[in-house]
Design a binder for this molecule. Structure first.
Ligand SMILES: Cc1cc2nc3c(=O)[nH]c(=O)nc-3n(C[C@H](O)[C@H](O)[C@H](O)COP(=O)(O)OP(=O)(O)OC[C@H]3O[C@@H](n4cnc5c(N)ncnc54)[C@H](O)[C@@H]3O)c2cc1C
Length: 533
């Protein structure tokens, strides 16, 4: 008997894609027959099957990359950007800046990096989303989904044993200055809390929680088909009598071009990769698309970020930690340049410098270059049993970082190579970050720092955090790409749900917000398209 065709394909099995796959498989049925849906889930990376076992892992999935500070082989991550020899459809203007993203390339790769620190959006974040777009994504609707993410991902504050003296100093100084302080919780279960998973995609022991461990297994249990190593090339869109609709999907798997006939496609390739896929499919602004089928000038536009810059370093007389590898900042301090807390929020993080990995210590500016002095230094700094001089020199330092949440009136856009063109050094961003430095200076002094280094160096935005908005939601089709039900305004059968639909950055974290939105999307898509009619 011939296999039944797929009812829906989910493209991109990251934070949003895994949530959608699990929840739609759990609740959705074919609207006319009531039978279970046939769901295809595609990702450009591999799929390591196995029942999650938080804190222990399963053998197949232990092959996943972890326990190094970076994915050195680049096996499960990809940078966006223009390949050598290629050209941009819209040339860069003088002074424009390009930001790229290192994104996952593995089923579930969008689970949390950076020690799985995340949270659902604050009420104020959701209020801004609702006010700016007209979408009913305010706290009244979305908050319960955020609470569900906290329960499902086991998001909790860090155990006191992982905090050091500096964390306590930061907390006291912020509160006594009257600033808003927020914990930076973690999404983990049965974790060793070594902190050595910093900066990687996965956990060999499944202790890191996310939609991959929590929701994707639901899809597998209900027979969704996982299609790994499948890079979506384009969504097939047909236009007849003025109406465009999805007919299928074309993808490359192991170098072979394949086609899937499917009437519903949910795109979840992330803020940087969703627009290029839509451009390749003929959907977007005329000048960026290939073979234009449907024009919508909002596709790829309106990106928002938290421009990030390092702040000054505080030097204390005595060590403020034991120097052991930890978990970065325990708190965020908010300093609002806008009295409504909506725009230009400075998010400040401060953490004790810890002894880096040996290969990093060896070339550190503080390490003598050669001979016995170098050896003595290495012996000293790596001796975790006592606070040697070299170790104390590191443990006396406080590192700081600044992010500007929702810079007012500043937006960027994504081109066909997944590059974000964004005015990271716009004068209003730079002046806000300068103000943030002053706030950090005062805090460090209050905490008892003897010296504050780096107040005079130029502000440099080295990274954009919380990249969102490239397929923005809205009730007005002239200013947005999807409606509040995650349906494209222009193409029937096309849905978008990932960081790209989020209208503005959340104040903290990111993945938790994406998961909350994806839970809302699953429920709305099931209700409107996959419930018994
Ligand atoms: C280095 C780094 C560190 C981060 N650290 C944190 C953190 O500590 N806390 C936090 O809250 N958030 C963090 N984030 C953000 C977090 O990863 C995102 O919130 C989240 O993954 C976004 O979800 P998404 O579904 O929009 O996209 P993603 O999770 O990125 O998923 C997109 C998926 O689409 C796939 N894909 C892309 N293009 C194609 C294609 N053409 N065909 C098929 N598949 C495709 C990718 O392989 C990927 O699996 C970090 C992000 C990065 C890059």
């Amino acid at each position: 008997m011939a296999e039944k065709p797929f009812d829906v394909a989910i493209v991109g099995a990251g934070q949003a894609g895994c949530t959608l796959a699990g929840k739609i498989a759990e609740k959705g049925v074919h609207p006319s027959t009531g039978e279970p849906l046939r769901i295809a889930v595609l990702d450009r990376g591999p799929y390591f099957k196995g029942k999650p076992n938080p804190g222990y892992g399963s053998p197949e999935r232990r092959r996943m990359f972890t326990n190094l500070s970076q994915d050195f082989a680049g096996k499960y991550t990809r940078w966006t950007g223009m390949p050598p020899g290629a050209r941009r459809k819209v040339p860069l203007q003088p002074g424009q800046e390009i930001f790229l993203q290192r994104g996952p390339a593995i089923f579930g790769g969008g689970t949390l990096h950076y020690i799985a620190r995340t949270r659902a959006p604050f009420d104020i974040d959701m209020q801004v989303w609702e006010e700016e777009t007209g979408a009913d994504w305010g706290p009244g609707v979305l908050k319960p989904y955020g609470q569900q993410v906290h329960r499902d991902f086991n998001i909790h504050v860090r155990p006191p044993a992982t905090l050091c003296q500096l964390d306590h100093l930061v907390r006291e100084a912020a509160l006594s200055s009257g600033y808003e302080l927020s914990d930076y919780p973690i999404a983990k279960k049965n974790c060793l809390l070594s902190g050595y998973c910093d900066g990687v995609n996965m956990c060999k022991y499944d202790a890191r929680q996310g939609s991959f461990t929590v929701y994707l297994p639901l899809a597998e249990q209900r027979g969704a088909e996982m299609i790994p190593n499948a890079r979506a090339q384009r969504i097939l869109i047909e236009r007849s009598r003025g109406q465009a609709r999805v007919t299928g999907l074309e993808y490359l798997q192991d170098g072979i071009r394949r086609t899937l006939e499917v009437p519903h496609v949910i795109v979840s390739c992330g803020n940087y990769e969703t627009p290029p896929l839509l451009y390749r499919s003929g959907y977007g602004p005329r000048e960026l698309t290939e073979n234009l089928i449907v024009e919508n000038r909002n596709v790829g536009q309106h990106t928002d970020n938290r421009p990030e810059s390092f702040g000054p370093v505080g030097i204390f007389d005595e060590p403020v930690s034991d120097g052991a590898f930890r978990h970065g900042n325990a708190y965020y301090i908010y300093y609002d340049l806008d009295s409504t807390h909506r725009y230009d929020r400075l998010a400040i993080s401060m953490w004790a410098r810890t002894v880096p990995y040996p290969h990093q210590v060896a070339v550190d500016a503080a390490a003598p270059q050669f001979g016995p002095a170098h050896k003595d230094y290495m012996r000293d700094v790596c001796d975790a049993t006592k606070m040697t001089r070299a170790r104390a020199d590191i443990a006396r330092q406080c590192i700081t970082k600044l992010e500007l949440v929702r810079p007012r009136n500043i937006r960027g856009w994504i081109n066909e190579w997944g590059e974000q063109i964004y005015p990271g050094h716009h004068p209003s961003i730079v002046s806000a970050l300068k103000k943030g430095r002053e706030v950090i200076y005062e805090l460090l002094k209050k905490m008892g720092a003897r010296e504050v280094v780096g107040m005079d160096s130029p502000v440099r935005v080295h990274h954009l955090e919380a990249f969102v908005g490239s397929c923005i939601v809205g009730t007005d089709p002239k200013r947005s790409v999807v409606n509040p039900y995650f349906e494209s305004h222009d193409v029937e059968g096309l849905f978008i749900c990932d960081g790209s639909v989020m209208p503005r950055a959340a104040s903290q974290g990111y993945a938790g917000s994406v998961a909350a939105l994806a839970l809302l999307a699953s429920s709305r898509i099931v209700e409107r398209h996959f419930s018994r009619g």
